[in-house]
Design a protein around this ligand. Structure first.
Ligand code: NDP
Length: 286
């Protein structure tokens, strides 16, 4: 089975639209972007398009690349304090002269729709109400959409980054999977993955996972997005972390592109609605 992302992402966006419409005030997503890096410009405009599509408000603060850290922090402070702002994110990467960690930590955890703030990381691991990072939360929604069980499954996640591998482990553990996290120093990766009911590849290495590393009938989720050249029309040619031959042996596989990618942006929209629900529930009736 091919686990196509677009229908699952649409279901998540439809849920976000319904929940947003039930709120007293429209959720508002604010995105801060510095400079004109083409990839950042295109990611931010996709986020804005999806927010508007489901009836959220969307504001992009497009600042010059020479914006100082102090100016950026003061904008974040203003947006943190503004009750009309539900979700706030700063598009990465930031210029090298800015301390990205300091900037991300300045975002109110209640509005941190990327789920990168240490308070949200702590909440995620302790089972409190977090805003989860969008890619791993999107993977869980994709599994749910296709009715693939998580509880009791032996899952191997290849990759231990703070934005994919580690938070996905927390989410799957909370859903009663038995989780192993592998990384570049893991000896004999194939021996581990061959034992798994589910393999999630998030290493950023094109075609790292081959058919002989997969148990017949396992579920394989490919988070990797690797640029491996150019198409004739000059567009980037993409490859996942999973070799296409795995489709022959796996019970289910996500394609690249068109698998996990659409779930990430859809979950950002859902996080904006979640943040708005919690913020508006906490407001005193006037
Ligand atoms: P990072 O580079 O931050 O982390 C990669 C991880 O993979 C590291 O933990 C690294 O190990 C591990 N790794 C690298 N090579 C190997 C190897 N040969 N064997 C085992 N483990 C290995 O990447 P990200 O987590 O940010 O992203 C991973 C992939 O997912 C990328 O292709 C990225 O483009 C994609 N991505 C896709 C998204 C989407 O929406 N579809 C969103 C986010 C990311 P170590 O820690 O030892 O260095």
């Amino acid at each position: 089975m091919i686990l196509a992302g677009p229908p699952a992402a649409q279901a998540l966006l439809d849920e976000a639209r319904t929940r947003a419409a039930a709120l007293p005030r429209r959720p508002e997503l604010h995105v801060i972007r510095l400079g004109e890096d083409p990839a950042s410009v295109s990611y931010v405009s996709l986020k804005e398009k999806k927010a508007l599509e489901v009836g959220l408000g969307s504001t992009v603060h497009a600042l010059p690349s020479a914006t100082s850290q102090a100016e950026l922090l003061s904008l974040i402070e203003r947006l943190n304090a503004d009750p009309a702002v539900s979700g706030l994110l700063v598009q990465l990467p930031l210029p090298a002269f800015i301390d990205s960690e300091r900037v991300l930590n300045a975002i109110s955890p209640e509005k941190d729709v990327d789920g990168f703030h240490p308070v949200n990381v702590g909440r995620l691991w302790t089972g409190a109400a977090a805003l989860p990072p969008c890619t791993p939360a999107g993977v869980v929604r994709l599994l749910d959409y296709y009715g693939l069980p998580v509880a009791g499954q032996r899952v191997v996640i290849v990759g231990r980054s703070n934005i994919v591998g580690k938070p996905l482990a927390a989410l799957l553990l909370a859903r009663d999977a038995t989780v192993t996290i592998a990384h570049s120093r893991t000896p004999d990766l194939a021996a581990l993955t061959r034992e798994a009911d589910m393999v999630v590849a998030a290493a950023g290495r094109p075609h790292l996972i081959t058919a002989e590393m997969i148990r017949p009938g396992a579920v394989v989720i490919d988070v990797g997005v690797n640029r491996v050249g150019q198409t004739k029309s000059g567009k980037a040619k993409l490859a996942g972390d999973v070799h296409p031959e795995v489709a022959e042996i796996a019970a289910a596989l996500t394609p690249v592109p068109g698998g996990v990618g659409p779930m990430t942006v859809a979950h950002l929209i859902m996080n904006t609605v979640l943040a708005a629900e919690r913020l508006q529930a906490g407001e005193q009736p006037s």
